[in-house]
Design a protein around this ligand. Structure first.
Ligand code: AMP
Ligand code: ZN
Length: 728
């Protein structure tokens, strides 16, 4: 029988079905005004593994997963315009319902791709407003809730068990936790909203005895869980961030309504992290499933990755670990494939099979020890169990693991002409005509097949998308993987360095204009392809094959600007480095004047667009001015590569580009170098997409954070400013 950590009892509890043979489980589902990120998906994987474990033991699981399409999805969010897709939807005249349907469909597709067994019902909040109102009315009748000005609040002080799930009991903690946006209508700041009066112009609203309004967030889960699973059910799941206030509120509402305990076991999944912090859209560190697929990585590799950490442990996501998961999954699939071919004729040993199955079950039933189960899977793979039994045992494991291993046979089937080629090849090999055998193998490889000679047979299968992708070009996943050439001596006079991420037209314009005006200089162009997925990567690769002076470093997903620039500078080999932004077009010889200016050793940075400040707070672009500046804008930023040894590389904490140029400029200033602008350098500026495609709120936030980083380091260095220094 499955045992799970119960957030409510704070111990590991046995799942004892309330109704014999049936387990009723509710999972807090997605909020559908945006894509679920892979952190959200980790929570749904946890629920899926719980369900599969219960089903393996013969239980029937009734699984409900709600769709939050109101309440949590406030009009404010829609109107902020922070989210480009919502802004676009509104601009196109789409309704909130259409937006919700769009993201619901995408969510269901993501679940399918991850092999998550579909819940029996995906009830929508907007379809259950009457049920929410019924609970709310009963809570008011019972004196647990009160109405003020069309709003209804749950009165936390009236529910003595409040805090039993999260331990948030002390008023101070609660205040801290809800970060009260001082609602003067509440009797107690801890009270939470059950129903909110509709503001003027609101589209999503319903009639109620208190006037038109819309439900609070927690009430939907009380209403839908009770409606579909009854007033007592077995398991409720969500991510740890749901514990408070969402689930604490749900307990107060549901138990206030029924008068008794509703959920037996509350199970919460720990977060998926990225860069060491919770993955969240608002942190700018979230990825969605299509970001993974865009790299030729199978969605199930993410499922595999999640198997490597117990659900109640945090898991730090990196593309490096995801690729390792992809390789491991491919290895496992290859083994299954070969066992399938070798299995014919081997006999089965029921006792061996039962032994392995028993070990597997005792692991997964022990608070879902999936890392242990995965280790057991590899132990099996490397054991001397015969192939037929391995297949049978693994098929049993996979009922829970859900890695879709039984699709291998079909996925690895090859067309008959390929099979014919293999038998010809075997004949050549039999005659020791290895030259012919190898040429068949090569031509099969070119047309997308892997040929592998085993002891007793030759295996052939189609290459996976991942393998084909690996053959295209090398990609890096992080800055540390990229070798540094900084210690090497200059190999050319000049490097033009560019970081590119999508917007192919811009990249072409920038790269080609630079190549054009380089003329016959001794120079190279180095481009960091920072995770492009719109064909820019392919164009760059092709262009670098056609042009010896162009070198491309591919990164598999967009790294922060600081990291991308560090990679770029680690890879440059020119005596002079001219960094260009892809919004810039070289329209004349900028290189001669730059080289000439940098002959003056007092000048650290040279470029057309300088910035000046007198207080470190307001930076003015040197409006057509030339001469000494306090910083150089990143659009065109030139310096001697040798300077990097005392100035250092740009800081990787700057994930967004803005103000990184100030920071990097000050690194030069701090070493005593001047920053000099020549406004007449012939460069054209085009639309800067990274800026123009961001919502206003988002770019303000990102800029502000970066400016904070800059000030933290340089805020007390007014001595570096040009205005405070003697002119030389
Ligand atoms: P939401 O769509 O924001 O309501 O979140 C859906 C589910 O994902 C909830 O159960 C959250 O607790 C969970 N969740 C949110 N962020 C993460 C994360 N970084 N890692 C794991 N689960 C998360
Ligand atoms: Zn919920």
């Amino acid at each position: 029988m499955l045992r799970l950590y119960n957030t409510l009892s704070k111990k590991i509890d046995l799942v004892r079905p309330i109704e014999p043979g049936v387990v009723k489980m509710y999972t807090c589902g997605p909020t559908v005004y945006r894509d679920a990120h892979i952190g959200n998906l980790r929570s749904y994987l946890m629920a899926d593994w719980i369900r599969r474990t219960l089903e393996l033991s013969g239980l029937n699981v009734v699984h409900i997963k709600n769709i939050t399409d109101v309440g949590h999805m406030r009009q404010e969010v829609l109107e902020q315009g922070g989210d480009k897709v919502i802004a676009a939807a509104i601009a196109e005249g789409k309704t909130p319902a259409q937006i919700a349907q769009f993201y619901t469909d995408r969510f269901l597709t993501d679940e399918q791709k991850l092999n998550i067994t579909a819940a029996q019902e995906f009830p929508k909040a907007t379809d259950h407003v009457p049920e929410m109102l019924e609970i709310t009315e009963r809570l008011v009748q019972r004196g647990l809730a009160y109405e003020v000005g069309g709003n209804v609040y749950f009165e936390v002080g009236k529910f003595s068990d409040y805090g039993k799930l999260s331990g948030n009991i002390a008023e101070g903690d609660l205040l801290e936790a809800v970060r009260v946006e001082a609602d003067p209508l509440k009797r107690d700041p801890r009270d939470f909203t059950l129903w909110k009066a509709a503001e003027a112009g609101r589209e999503l609203k319903w009639p109620s005895v208190w006037g038109e309004g819309f439900p609070g967030w927690h009430i939907e889960c009380s209403a839908m869980s009770i409606k579909y699973l009854g007033t007592r059910f077995d398991i409720h799941t969500g991510g740890v961030d749901n514990i408070f206030p969402h689930h604490e509120g749900e307990i107060a509402q549901s138990e206030g309504y029924t008068g008794e305990s509703v959920v037996n076991i509350w199970t919460h999944g720990q977060h998926l992290l990225a860069d060491g912090v919770k993955m969240a859209k608002s942190m700018g560190n979230s990825f969605i499933l299509s970001d993974i697929e865009a790299q030729g990585i199978h969605p199930l590799a993410f499922r595999y990755l999640c198997l490597t950490a117990q659900y109640d442990r945090r898991l730090n996501f990196t593309f490096t670990s995801l690729k390792a998961a992809q390789r491991a999954l491919l290895r496992l699939r290859n083994m299954v494939w070969q066992w399938g071919i070798l299995a014919h004729g081997s006999t089965s040993d029921a006792e061996v099979v039962a032994g392995w199955q028993g070990r597997f079950v005792s692991l997964i039933e022990d608070n879902l020890d999936l890392p242990g189960a995965l280790a057991l899977t590899w132990e099996l793979a490397h054991s001397d169990v015969n192939p037929a039994d391995k297949l049978e045992i693994l098929a049993y494991f996979d009922k829970v693991l859900g890695l879709d291993l039984d699709s291998v046979v079909e996925d690895y089937t090859v067309p008959s002409n390929v099979a014919d080629d293999i038998s010809h090849r075997s004949k050549h090999r039999g005659r020791k005509d290895y030259a012919r055998a190898d040429s068949i193998r090569e031509s099969l490889s070119d047309s997308g097949f892997v040929v592998q000679d085993g002891g007793v047979a030759t295996f052939v299968r189609p290459k996976t998308e991942w393998e084909m992708r690996q053959e295209r070009w090398h990609t890096y996943s992080s800055e540390v993987e990229v070798p540094s050439l900084l210690e090497e001596s200059d190999s050319v006079d000049l490097t033009v360095g560019i970081v590119a991420c999508n917007y192919l037209g811009d990249v072409q314009r920038c790269v080609l204009s630079a190549l054009n005006w380089l003329g016959d200089r001794d120079a190279e162009v180095v481009v960091v392809d920072n995770g492009s997925n719109d064909g820019t990567d392919e164009w760059l690769e092709q262009a670098s094959e056609d042009n010896d002076r162009l070198r491309v470093v591919h990164v598999d997903h967009p790294l922060g600007e600081g990291s991308a620039k560090r990679i770029l500078l680690k890879q440059c080999l020119g005596r002079t480095v001219v960094m260009l932004d892809t919004s810039v077009e070289v329209t004349g010889d900028i290189f001669g004047p730059i080289e000439q200016a940098l002959e003056d050793d007092t000048i650290g940075v040279m470029g057309p667009f300088g910035l000046r400040t007198t207080d470190l707070h307001h930076f003015h672009d040197g409006e057509g001015e030339s001469g000494d500046m306090d910083a150089m804008q990143a659009y065109c930023f030139a310096f001697r590569r040798a300077r990097l040894s005392d100035v250092g590389l740009p800081r990787q904490t700057f994930r967004f580009y803005r103000n990184l140029d100030l920071d990097f400029s000050f690194q030069f200033k701090a070493q005593g170098y001047r920053i000099v602008a020549d406004h007449n350098l012939p460069v054209g500026q085009h639309e800067h997409r990274v800026w123009s495609e961001l919502g206003e709120a988002e770019r303000d936030e990102l800029s502000r954070k970066n400016y904070g980083r800059f000030l933290e380091r340089w805020g007390d260095r007014a001595d570096l400013l040009t205005c405070n220094r003697e002119q030389n």
